[in-house]
Every structure is written in C-alpha cells, then in structure tokens.
Ligand binder design. Structure first.
Ligand SMILES: [Fe+2]
Length: 307
C-alpha cells in the first residue's frame, strides 16, 4: 500500500517568509496558483507546498502507491469505516483524500518516487577499506560548499495517541514498524521497504508537524547547510549528531514558525524482504549515538496550535 512519501503541505501566514527560508535551506521555489511549491534541484517531484493560512500548521501529507496498492487501500479504508473526502485544499493533482484517526489530512496518489539527481561523492577511507588512493576528498577549487538537498526523506508528526496512530498507519495504510519507543515514538517505513522511516509518530497533547527531513549528499552538506541558516539568523534546532533510530547523521534548524527541518545523511535502509530486520522497542530510541550539544528542552515541543 503506501510505498513512498510524495510531499508535505503546510499552511503558513506569510509565503515570502517561507520562500526565503526554504530557498536558503537549498530548495527551489515556484508559484502554483496561490501556493508556493518547493522541489529539490534536479528532481521532478514536489516536496513542500506552502498554502496561505492564518497560522502555521501541517495541512496534509501526500503519499504514493501503485495501482494494486490503491485497490487494497480503498478496500481497507472501507473496511475500517474511513470515509473518502473531497480535497480540503485547491491542489492540481489527483488521488484520494481522507483523515487519520486524529483528523490529519492524508492524500494518496498512484505515484512512484521521482529519480534523485546523482552526485559524485568521493570514496571514504575507513580502516581496512582505503578506497580513495591518490585523490583528495576535499575540493580546493570550490570551498564553501552549500547544501543542495537530494530528496524529502521523511517527516515526524505529533499524535495524542501513538498506539492508535500506529494501528491505523500499519493496519489500514500498510506501513511497517521499523523501531519504536513504547507509546512515545514509532518509526514506520513503506510497505515495500526503503528508508528506515518515511514517517515517525511522536507523542504530544495534539497533532502537528515535528519535522520534515531532507537527504543531502554527504556529511559535510549537513553542517554547511545548517551553518548557512544559522549565519542568516535562523534558530538552531538540534545537532550536529547521529541518531540511534535510523542511524542517520542530522542537524535540525527551526523554520520561521518553529517547525524543525532536518538535513540527514546515511540512513538505514530496510529491504522489502525484511526477514532479517528485527524491530526494537525501547526508550533508547529517544536518545542519540552522540550529539555536539544536548537536545534542547523545546526539541520535543509541539509549536502548532491545539485547535
Ligand atoms: Fe528525522
């Protein structure tokens, strides 16, 4: 059923404030009707849609599946008593619309993941595997590299009931649990495997976006991107560090409305045949392998309005 993440939409009170942030983050903007839509360079897939609205909030999440997956999804939605709805926003694409158990809008389209632009990254020299011989890793010709994200990888969304959300996203939408921390946090991957998580569900008093995350080409781009945003005056979120859940390196920056946007690199990938993968359930998933600073107290705060 749900096989991939297509894009994430937010309502925001000022599109141009959003344009300035996401362009400096490394995305490419275009106007689409009243909205602003962002893509990664060289990738023909919308990644973020900003819709004019009174307050910043998660508007909807759009996922992709194949034709068989759509048939199965429609059957499961009907069996679960989840009604289909008209699109809640004026958008130029099809698919089906419905709400999750806590009212968050979901769009599912028959759509695959668009190819990601290829980047030539130098081989990595690690102990016993020295593959970069006679070649510099660092580019003296063009120092001051910037982050140019390759693709939207995942989001983490707040929910007032992680168990109820996990039930819905697995039993109805077909996602699979990769790891979890009891009823506090769960990482879910697509039905055909792929990244360790394309969505995470995190406990809060109400729904909202915790963060969206973009893959970059290497570890340097995480910090080059984060430092450029910090120099421009945007607020630090958390990082630099390495997660336990998913194993990816990360740095989060606060967007202008206090959602987090993450750069990531080197995430765990789980194959469709997941017989070798054992999902772990433990509070250690809330921690990090390491980070240069402790997680700030507001890292897990839900900044979206409750109503
Ligand atoms: Fe993340």
């Amino acid at each position: 059923m749900i096989r991939n993440l297509q894009h994430i939409a937010l309502t925001v009170p000022d599109l141009e404030v959003g344009r300035a942030f996401y362009e400096l983050f490394g995305l490419e903007a275009r106007a689409d009707g009243d909205d602003l839509v962002f893509r990664c360079a060289g990738r023909a897939q919308d990644q973020v849609r900003l819709i004019p609205g009174a307050k910043k909030r998660l508007a909807y999440v759009s996922y992709g599946t194949n034709a068989e997956g759509m048939d199965a999804l429609l059957e499961r939605l009907q069996r679960a008593g989840v009604p289909l709805a008209d699109p809640p926003y004026h958008v130029p694409f099809g698919g089906i619309w419905f709400q999750d158990p806590h009212g968050d809008w979901i769009n599912v389209q028959v759509a695959s993941e668009a190819p990601v632009r290829t980047v030539a990254t130098p081989e990595v020299n690690t102990s016993g595997r020295y593959r970069r011989i006679g070649t510099r890793a660092c580019d003296f010709a063009t120092p001051g590299k910037r982050a140019v994200p390759l693709r939207l990888g995942h989001l983490i969304k707040f929910t007032p009931d992680v168990n109820a959300s996990v039930d819905f996203y697995t039993n109805v939408l077909g996602l699979k649990v990769s790891d979890r921390a009891a009823d506090i946090l769960a990482f879910l991957r697509g039905s055909a495997g792929g990244d360790h998580h394309l969505i995470g569900l995190a406990k809060s008093s109400h729904t909202g976006l915790h963060h969206m995350s973009f893959e970059v080409a290497d570890i340097d781009e995480i910090e080059m991107g984060a430092q450029a945003l910090l120099r421009a005056g945007y607020r630090d979120g958390f990082g630099f560090g390495r997660h336990l859940g998913g194993s990816n390196y990360f740095h989060y920056i606060r967007d202008p409305w206090d959602s987090l946007v993450e750069y990531f690199w080197d995430i765990d990938v789980i194959p469709e045949d997941d017989s070798e993968w054992v999902a772990l359930n433990g509070m250690e998933h809330l921690g990090m392998v390491w980070s240069t600073t402790p997680a700030p107290p507001d890292f897990i705060q839900n900044f979206e309005p409750a109503d």
